[in-house]
Design a protein around this ligand. Structure first.
Ligand SMILES: NC(=O)C1=CN([C@@H]2O[C@H](COP(=O)(O)OP(=O)(O)OC[C@H]3O[C@@H](n4cnc5c(N)ncnc54)[C@H](O)[C@@H]3O)[C@@H](O)[C@H]2O)C=CC1
Ligand SMILES: C[N+](C)(C)CC(=O)CC(=O)[O-]
Length: 487
């Protein structure tokens, strides 16, 4: 088990703690705030309901969380130290001195700083090469981007190690090789924020209207293609050059206020805070976080289905976790129902009743059937060669509830696997609790004729092996049942 230390457990440190813990790391937190444990507990609760379900395979078992009143004790022997104390250079430098006096020289010391350059953070350090910027985005447990900003003090080996660790956490390290104040992304965010402040101050738009202008249009677009690919498409068939010719000149027109910042007078702060209260004050911050997480999970899973952008990062993370996730024909105990699905319930699988919605039981059982098909040899290559299974009939029984983030598994008993017929009985559990059963009858088909036919001898042999091994299992209660006619 690997261990990380989180120094500063506020909004960002809490998010880092959740990201590490849910990816199987032990986490030690040092934060003098007596409320830190409660706050991290709340962030962790949000993370538990949203992050594990982003994966279609189980994340490693959750690590152990501990809180420390002694910084030296927290950092001793850990592999990664993530500093997320307030954005004050003097404070960060002081904290690094204490950390470096106590930590392993090989440990990576990442700073969450939104704006300081790594050379500023390395100034006067005991071991400058140990410090890098690893700038995350809120919520750290869901958003993959980490701006990894380095200097020549950082060795290539250490930079590669940092990238590997972040990838192992499901993150996307973007290496910012030339340091600059506020890195890459925060320079955009500041420009957008500056413009927004002017629009409110000048009475052009309210905070709510500005948010609508973002989320109803370009905000959705940016989540999938960013700026340049979006503008390339906007240039039409003539592409980027045409786009630049058409819109380049506008940059010198007074479309933006550019670098001026409105003065933060009490009047402006009250105006913006008042509008923001009117817009969103009916929700608590935790409610807003949950609404945000629900939306992010839905969007990221949609990108995952397209294997695009942040969705491609999620798929790569799943692929790295998958080999350890499920057994195959040789590693499974064939005398028992076979593990065919193990995952967490994604947020977008839940409904207005606050539990996993019925159509997703079918999806989970269908995924379990797909896995069973792979186990007996009906894998992607076999399907490409022209054979597959079609489901002819399914019966699902809902026996108990499952909630977002719950770790579920499906175990599959083969009731018949002979010739073209395959009859499966799936049981879905959370721990020992039986949540549902799904019974499926499938026929092996030729994808060319679309008609039933015998499977390959290899599949016949695999089914025969399972049939023999499972022959001693009792016929499941509930198998073959149907909805009874009301008395
Ligand atoms: N809030 C945001 O949206 C983002 C913030 N960041 C960066 O993350 C860092 C932390 O920001 P937030 O989490 O927003 O601030 P925060 O105010 O929520 O949390 C800071 C935490 O540091 C603790 N702290 C103060 N002095 C400490 C010390 N000497 N040792 C250990 N802990 C100490 C505080 O008690 C507090 O819990 C900053 O560098 C910020 O620029 C990065 C990305 C996004
Ligand atoms: C406002 N901020 C500069 C602290 C924002 C960030 O650093 C990144 C984010 O999460 O938006």
């Amino acid at each position: 088990m690997t261990t990380a230390a989180i120094i500063g457990g506020g909004v960002i440190g809490g998010g880092w703690a959740a990201r590490f813990l849910l990816n199987g790391w032990d986490v030690r937190v040092f934060d003098p705030d007596p409320e830190a444990e409660r706050k991290i507990g709340e962030v962790l609760a949000n993370a538990r309901r949203s992050l594990p379900g982003l994966s279609d395979v189980p994340l490693p078992p959750e690590g152990k969380l501990s809180f420390h009143t002694d910084l030296a004790e927290a950092v001793k022997g850990v592999a990664w130290i993530q500093e997320s104390v307030p954005e004050r250079l003097d404070l960060k430098l002081k904290v690094y001195r204490s950390i470096q006096e106590a930590c392993d020289p090989q440990a990576i010391l990442g700073s969450s700083t939104s704006g300081f350059k790594p050379s500023e953070l390395q100034e006067g350090a005991l071991r400058p090469g140990q410090i890098v910027v690893t700038h995350p985005f809120n919520p750290v447990y869901l958003l993959p981007l980490i701006e990894l900003v380095t200097t020549p003090e950082n060795s290539p080996e250490m930079i590669e190690r940092a990238k590997e660790i972040m990838r192992g956490l499901g993150q996307f390290p973007l290496h910012v090789r030339k340091e600059i104040d506020a890195h890459i992304a925060d320079r955009f965010l500041e420009a957008v924020w500056r413009e927004a402040l002017w629009l409110v101050k000048d009475g052009i738009a309210t905070t709510e209207e500005i948010d609508e202008a973002i989320r109803m249009g370009f905000g959705i677009r940016w989540a999938q293609m960013g700026l340049f690919e979006t503008y390339r498409v906007a240039g039409g068939e003539a592409g980027m050059k045409h786009f630049m010719a058409q819109f380049g000149p506008c940059l010198s027109w007074p479309w933006t206020k550019l670098m001026d910042v409105p003065e933060f007078t009490d009047e402006l702060v009250d105006l913006i805070a008042g509008q923001s209260d009117a817009q969103s004050g009916h929700h608590t911050i935790r409610e807003l976080e949950r609404i945000r997480d629900n939306n992010l999970v839905g969007m990221m899973r949609a990108l995952k289905a397209q294997n695009w952008g942040a969705g491609a990062v999620l798929n790569r993370h799943d692929a790295a976790l998958k080999p350890k996730a499920l057994p195959d024909l040789d590693s499974a105990d064939l005398s028992q129902p076979i593990l065919t699905l193990s995952r967490a319930v994604p947020l977008d699988w839940t409904d207005y009743n606050g539990h996993m919605t019925e159509s997703k039981y079918l999806e989970a059982f269908a995924n379990a059937t797909d896995r069973f098909m792979e186990i007996i040899g009906c894998d992607a290559d076999y399907i490409a060669s022209g054979g597959s299974y079609f489901t002819a009939e399914t019966h699902i029984r809902h026996l108990d509830e499952a909630h977002a983030g719950a770790r579920i598994r499906v175990e599959t008993q083969m009731l018949l696997g002979q010739g073209k017929k395959l009859h499966l009985f799936h049981r879905m559990y959370e721990g020992d609790k039986l949540l549902a059963t799904g019974e499926s009858f499938l026929l092996h088909v030729s994808l060319e004729t679309r008609k039933p036919c015998a499977p390959s001898p290899k599949i016949e042999a695999a089914m025969a092996r399972i049939a023999e091994a499972q022959a001693g299992l009792p016929y499941p209660e509930g198998a073959g049942s149907a909805i009874r006619k009301p008395a």
